[in-house]
Ligand binder design. Sequence first.
Ligand code: NAD
Length: 300
Amino acid sequence: GGRATARTLAGPPAAADLLARAAALAATLPVTPAIAFIRVGDDPASESYVRGKAKKAAELGLDSRVHALPADTTQADLHALIGTLNADPGVHGVLLQLPLPGHLNADAALTCIDPRKDVDGLHPVSAGLLWQGQPGLRPCTPAGVMALLDHYRIPVAGQHAVIVGRSALVGRPLAGLLLNADATVTVAHRATPDLGAVTRRADLLIVAAGQAHLITPDMVRPGATVIDVGINRVPGQDGARASLTGDVHPDVAGVAGALTPVPGGVGPMTVAQLMMNTVQAAAQQTPADRRNGASGDVPR
Ligand code: NAD
């Protein structure tokens, strides 16, 4: 008999839609939105992430610059650079690429960023505004998930959303965004007993655990929408190249109603949302009388 296959929620068309909206907002501004990246040390993954983000900014016609600091940078030097960028009216967004070398305190550095320039949405003020349901800059991956759901017209209001993972980067802010969008929200994590009993209750299951194939078909309600945020590197076998896989087992496609692929699902949304955040930050920092119609209000 035929096996049901979930609708694929591809990231690239949804990301293109978000980038087009960012470009349209940028076109209403009297300034070119500008983002400054700070990277510390020589972690190759961080280097490649920053390169990708800067490339996307250039494609969109935004200004960007990269401050690559040596691995032995002190906390004081890092804070001094952030202070300089905060005070520079030509910079609208400041992004500190994580992780930092072990001797540096990321939370302390993130807290130094001017919240108006906090395009990664990780400053405690941004987190507080999110949880109060007030406008503000939102973390890129969770906001990107919301944009993906919106693009594919997946209902959120009144749905039971279950999130697996409670990190400050993904799980927690996503819970706030889903609450603000009128979902009923459950957050599961490493200490949740019988994870499947919780995930089976989800109309909307969003997984950000960083555990390859954690979610198996028996853990998913038939017809549920499943969003796979996980990116796990699996070593290649028998000389094959290493590959990327999500937190959701591929067989879940036989049970779910809709499913994001990995790669090519949530990943492209994160970078697109960063561009939108940068344009929104620039709009907020541009006096209203110099703007060309658009309010530049940061949406909820
Ligand atoms: P993290 O390690 O900070 O947090 C993982 C969370 O998952 C924790 O709260 C933990 O309690 C929970 N968890 C771990 N194992 C679990 C288990 N067996 N059962 C239930 N809960 C479990 O990770 P993170 O930064 O939130 O990232 C999560 C995943 O998302 C990673 O694979 C990461 O690479 C990926 N990610 C993707 C993007 C993107 O752009 N697509 C962006 C950020 C993170």
